[in-house]
Design a protein around this ligand. Structure first.
Ligand SMILES: Cc1cc2nc3c(=O)[nH]c(=O)nc-3n(C[C@H](O)[C@H](O)[C@H](O)COP(=O)(O)OP(=O)(O)OC[C@H]3O[C@@H](n4cnc5c(N)ncnc54)[C@H](O)[C@@H]3O)c2cc1C
Length: 292
């Protein structure tokens, strides 16, 4: 029986694993795929080096996916891994993240991560002052276009046939944002950016920001019956895992940190939350009498 098992291979899991290892907990980390969508090569290198270092502090890192989880009568948890190996643990810390997908428009998928992005805070600086396209339905698209106005005076919002509310249209007009309501047919690479083609026109932009579809990467929290919460501003069908500020979910001894809890977190935020929740988890284990 392990005391604490962390599920996840992103920044939240890494930060949490470092804290719990250095608290002499010998955590097991079911890390899945270690790819992180991080900003610069230096950040990715720092993260990769930390995963290697983790073993020096006594963590056991298992590069598999956790497929199923259940709670035993004793209150402990049983995890089934992709290799069919079964692990038992007194507490779980879920850091399984979310995935983002761009809208289903011809050509967009190929440019995702290079010319098509979802986050201005991650990718806005490099294209400041340039002609920016935003694709997003209704009010969510309008809010993203208004945010983009902070990076560039030249913003075009493609609503793809789904108009925002009247008051937001007024805000867009006042900010000088160009509104295109015709359905978008395709997006393709252009000499200095990308072309957006609607039924009536083709226009070139430096790059594009979209309102993505967001999904939980794993349903382990749901399998455990953890309460989920609706996230108003996102298209996230399952919702986010509800926790208190210490990362405690509605199921005792199941903790969660990272984007599965707060989908708006970036790398630094996920790391910070992983750190905070790991400390709270260690304290809770101590209160429950599990000193090591
Ligand atoms: C296209 C794109 C570009 C981005 N660019 C930036 C950027 O430039 N700067 C920035 O700060 N942020 C960026 N982000 C956001 C950043 O990637 C996230 O904020 C961050 O990775 C969240 O960390 P996390 O640990 O919560 O989740 P994740 O990084 O998503 O990690 C989740 C981990 O859990 C693992 N996992 C899931 N299910 C299981 C399971 N059942 N068993 C085992 N393991 C499992 C996954 O393999 C993964 O390793 C970007 C995101 C995307 C999608």
């Amino acid at each position: 029986m392990h005391t604490i098992t962390i599920v996840g291979g992103g920044p939240a899991a890494l930060a949490a694993s470092l804290v719990l290892s250095r608290s002499c907990r010998k955590p097991v980390v079911i890390c899945g795929d270690l790819t992180v969508e991080a900003p610069e090569v230096s950040a990715r290198e720092r993260i990769a080096a930390s995963w290697t270092k983790l073993k020096d502090f006594g963590a056991e890192v298992i590069p598999e996916r956790a497929i199923a989880v259940s709670q035993l009568e004793s209150g402990a948890f049983s995890l089934r891994l992709s290799s069919e190996r079964i692990l038992r643990s007194r507490a779980l810390l879920l850091c399984t993240g979310i995935t983002e997908k761009p809208p289903q428009i011809e050509g967009i998928h190929e440019l995702w991560g290079t010319l098509v992005h979802s986050c201005l805070y991650c990718h806005g600086w490099e294209v400041q002052g340039e002609p920016l396209a935003v694709i997003g339905h209704g009010d969510r698209g309008a809010h993203l276009a208004i945010r983009a106005r902070g990076w560039s005076h030249d913003v075009t919002l493609y609503t793809d046939g789904a108009q925002p509310s009247a008051s937001l249209i007024t805000d867009l007009t006042n900010l000088g944002i160009n509104l295109q309501s015709a359905p978008v047919l395709s997006v393709d690479k252009a000499p200095t950016g990308l072309n957006v083609t609607t039924k009536s026109s083709t226009a070139e932009h430096r790059c594009m920001f979209v309102v993505p579809t967001v999904r939980q990467q794993s349903n382990l929290a749901e399998q455990l019956g953890c309460r989920m919460r609706h996230v108003e501003e996102l298209d996230l069908a399952e919702g986010a895992v509800a926790t208190d500020t210490a990362g405690q979910t509605s199921v005792r001894m199941v903790f969660a940190a990272g984007t599965l809890v707060d989908p708006t977190l970036r790398v630094a935020g996920a790391e910070g939350q992983g750190n905070i929740v790991a400390i709270a988890t260690n304290e809770e284990l101590m209160r429950a009498g599990f000193l090591y």
